[in-house]
Design a protein around this ligand. Structure first.
Ligand SMILES: NC(=O)c1ccc[n+]([C@@H]2O[C@H](COP(=O)([O-])OP(=O)(O)OC[C@H]3O[C@@H](n4cnc5c(N)ncnc54)[C@H](OP(=O)(O)O)[C@@H]3O)[C@@H](O)[C@H]2O)c1
Length: 376
């Protein structure tokens, strides 16, 4: 099986690629093959140091092809993971089509996106080019090749209200330019390739990108008091949890059984682990909090782990006091029933995932320690 991960340098893409290699690599034999440049690393041993593991993130040269043993699907098959980023420009249809023609992926997981939510208010063209045209290109080219595509979207395409957690069937109602482009991207994908899975997620954080947790830790180290929005509610989501979910879905979609079901079934959608369906799904951490509640928990856990030395005052403010170019929905809590039932995906409590993420942050500050096993 060949999995093409786009946007593999991004916050989600890096974790997804790392996890894919770790899951598929069994784990001490990884043979890298040159695409234009060689990447070769051993991903196994429990004695691997933090520094090595972090270098593994930093030193990736893409596009790369890893031919690894595939433990999860069948014991005898091989999985190739193709990781590309900007150099394989998804906004250029010819580039996408050539890449598919040459590398013949069995499935695409698209993590490439324009994600600067506030800048999108002024950089409208770039936002649409990437979040809409790029997705349309991926949809059309994957459809032509007859392969499925998993694409990541956002809670910002919706705007519901408490207490109903947002469902996949809720009406599209974006409140900002980023959300509008992502919503159009969803539509373009749905129109162009029936074999699509759109996974909407929210409040993402990961070790390889700028994110809320890192920003809070930095502020908490340098300020005596901070103000954080307390009236926007949602689900913090760790990129590693989402990556696990995406790979689980990819495995199921590429198994012959599921594809045959999809091709032959005239039945309407049924929520059944044996019969996953293409379409839209929601995935985020379990449990609802505000940005303020998230910040308070970050501080509490970071102090307990020794990442922070002291506690500071964290004031809750309303969104109206936090001026930003883009409007954001007040209610972003996603209902994950469909993805759990259809794909058997696990949805960890957001506090548990935060704790595991903070273990990684802690390991990164202690170069001679090993990254805890439960995190990777
Ligand atoms: N971050 C969040 O809180 C959040 C919340 C909900 C949903 N999402 C969705 O989750 C997905 C992953 O988000 P993320 O935070 O991991 O994004 P990210 O870190 O911004 O990564 C996006 C990647 O796409 C690359 N890229 C840019 N232009 C490209 C092009 N023309 N062709 C190919 N690749 C290109 C970017 O490269 P450069 O870095 O060089 O630009 C970057 O490596 C996105 O679909 C996003 O909309 C994110």
């Amino acid at each position: 099986m060949t999995i093409w991960i786009t946007g593999a340098h991004g916050m989600l893409g890096t974790d997804l690629s790392t996890l894919a290699r770790r899951q598929f690599a069994q784990i001490d034999t990884v043979i890298s093959e040159e695409l234009p440049q060689t990447l070769s690393h051993k991903t196994s041993s429990s004695s691997e140091t933090t520094a090595n593991r972090l270098n593994l993130h930093k030193n990736l040269v893409r596009p790369c092809r890893l031919v690894v043993s595939d433990d999860l699907l069948t014991s005898s098959s091989e999985t190739t993971i193709l990781e590309t980023d900007r150099e394989t420009d998804i906004t250029d249809s010819a580039v996408v089509s050539d890449f598919i023609e040459k590398n013949k992926p069995d499935i695409i997981i698209n993590c490439a996106a324009y994600t600067a939510v506030d800048n999108a208010e002024s950089e409208k063209e770039l936002n649409y080019k990437l979040n809409c045209t790029g997705i349309k290109n991926l949809g059309e080219c994957s459809a032509q090749a007859g392969i499925p595509i998993i694409h990541i979207s956002t809670d910002y395409v919706l705007n519901g209200s408490e207490p109903n957690q947002l469902r996949e069937t809720d009406p599209i109602n974006p409140q900002n330019e980023y959300g509008r482009a992502k919503a159009e991207g969803e539509l373009a994908l749905a129109k162009s390739n029936p074999k699509h899975i759109i996974v909407r997620t929210a409040w993402l954080y990961g070790i390889n990108g700028k994110n809320f947790v890192k920003s809070m830790l930095n502020l908490m180290r340098t300020k005596e008091k901070i103000s954080v929005v307390g009236d926007q509610l949602g689900n913090p989501t760790w990129t590693f949890d989402l990556s696990r979910a995406l790979l689980k879905i990819a495995h199921q979609l590429t198994s012959q059984q599921i594809n045959l079901y999809q091709l032959n079934s005239p039945q309407p959608q049924q929520l059944n682990p044996q019969q996953p369906q293409y379409g839209i799904y929601h995935f985020s951490g379990d449990g609802i909090t505000s940005w303020h509640g998230f910040a308070v928990e970050i501080q509490k856990q970071a102090i307990a782990k020794g990442l922070l030395q002291k506690s500071i005052e964290i004031a809750a403010i309303p969104s109206s006091e936090w001026k930003s170019p883009a409007n954001r929905p007040l209610w972003s809590a996603l209902d994950k029933t469909k993805i759990k039932n259809n794909f058997g995906v696990e949805v960890p409590a957001w506090q548990t995932s935060l704790s595991q993420y903070l273990d990684l942050e802690l390991a990164a500050t202690q170069p001679h320690s090993t990254i805890p096993n439960h995190t990777l």
